[in-house]
Design a protein around this ligand. Structure first.
Ligand code: NAP
Ligand code: G4F
Length: 358
């Protein structure tokens, strides 16, 4: 019997880690994930695919560790012996990175270096090739030098998070060129889903809508509504990560939809989906402003399309609707009826919301 391919994922408990785990399990992989020890459970997004490791059917295994702890990374590599490593772990919130710059740079920048060093050492000693994926970000383009952004657009990072991602990007290139490591940078533009962290703007909006409809929230407080993002669906984006590691040669790829939308457009689509007007609910709060903003992101995914055969499968409107539907459903307010619309009783919404905002 041939041995299953073994993958290691840092950040397995995050949005992308959970979708990538599902995807790799479907492809027949044995999946190992690095999880942080926390005082409360942090495995909500992967609980549904976790099987007790004593069960012979188990193919998902979790290991305590942290990207700030190089010793553990080395030990886990020795134990797991993965052939593919996906480095998704990060303090990934841009606004928070201004409050915690050192920790952000340690986990995002130095964490990547620690992992690359561990892989270099492991590969040199064992002769086993390990393929490495680095979760790069469109935030690296920051104050954009070109529209749309491609693999050759110069970086101009505008936050501690983005600076750390640029560092991680170039270390990945450097290990590829210096040590012949099969290392790829994905430069992924914003990607969202019902599993998106609750403090990122899209999920903050869709979650608030569900609570407004439920009558448990009256207003939503947001910062800068003028910035534009190239938003795609996370499930599509994890497929691109895997495709990069299946190529003959390691390379770097922009993964994006090629469309950009303002936050106000997201608000429009999301609120009108439940027959509400966002102007009645959105308030400004300067706490959500950033010391420096990234105004416009729009990626050109032509290289990924040509070389990986990758294309997004979900439109912006579908994405917004599926996120709103999922948050409504989570509160027992609606169930998807297959055509992207909700089976919400609009009279019920008007009744509940009306009584709240009057
Ligand atoms: P996410 O939901 O915030 O997940 C981040 C993951 O990293 C979580 O599993 C988190 O663990 C883990 N983590 C945080 N600090 C860590 C540390 N010190 N050591 C080990 N693990 C740590 O992020 P995501 O949206 O899935 O994004 C995945 C990766 O892609 C991140 O590197 C992000 O920066 C990058 N990226 C994301 C986007 C996007 O639009 N989503 C776009 C471009 C790039 P806990 O669950 O314990 O917190
Ligand atoms: O949803 P955001 O926090 O995402 P941001 O900053 O674009 O970063 C995300 O995407 C990156 C890829 O480009 C990833 F690398 C990164 O890890 C993360 O996943 O903010 C989007 C926009 C910003 O312009 C922000 O200023 O929304 C604006 N915004 C307005 N009000 C807000 C809010 N953002 C948040 N999080 N919360 C607000 O209340």
């Amino acid at each position: 019997m041939t041995q299953r391919k073994r993958a290691l994922i840092t950040g397995i408990t995050g949005q992308d880690g959970s979708y990538l785990s599902e995807f790799l399990l479907e492809q027949g992989y044995e999946v190992h994930g690095l999880i942080r020890r926390t005082s409360t459970f942090n495995t909500d997004r992967i609980d549904h695919i976790y099987v007790d490791p004593h069960n012979p059917q188990a193919r998902l295994f979790l290991h305590y560790g942290d990207l700030t702890d190089g010793t553990t990374l080395r030990r886990i590599l020795e134990e797991v012996k993965p052939v593919e490593i996906y480095n998704l772990g990060a303090q990934s919130h841009v606004r928070v990175s201004f409050d915690s710059p050192e920790y952000t740079v340690d986990s995002v920048g130095m964490g990547t270096l620690r992992l690359l060093e561990a892989i270099r050492d492991y590969q040199q000693r064992t002769g086993i090739e390990v393929r490495f994926y680095q979760a790069g970000s469109s935030e690296m383009f920051g104050k954009v030098q070109e529209v749309p952004q491609t693999e050759t657009t110069p970086f101009y990072p505008r936050s501690p998070y983005a600076c750390a991602k640029v560092y991680a990007h170039w270390q990945t290139v450097n290990y590829r060129e210096s040590y012949n490591l099969f290392a790829c940078n994905g430069i992924l533009f914003n990607h969202e889903s019902p599993r998106r962290g609750e403090t990122f703007v899209t999920r903050k909006i869709t979650r608030a809508i569900a609570r407004i409809v439920a009558g448990t929230q009256k207003k939503i407080y947001l910062g800068n509504l003028d910035s534009k993002r190239d938003w795609g669906y996370a499930k599509d984006y994890v497929r691109a990560m895997w495709l990069m590691l299946q190529q003959e040669q390691p390379d770097d790829y922009v993964i994006a939809t090629g469309e950009t939308h303002a936050i106000t457009e997201f608000l429009d689509l999301a609120f009108t989906h439940v027959n509400l007007d966002w102007h009645d609910y959105v308030e400004f709060d300067e706490r959500y402003l950033r010391p420096a903003e990234v105004d416009l992101l729009i990626g050109d995914p032509a290289k990924a399309k040509k070389q990986l055969g990758w294309e997004p499968s979900v439109t912006f409107e579908e994405l917004v609707h599926l996120m709103v539907d999922a948050d409504l459903q989570a509160l027992g307010l609606a169930s998807p009826n297959g055509d992207g619309s909700t089976s919400l009783d609009n009279a019920y919404i008007r009744h509940n919301v009306g009584s709240m905002v009057d």
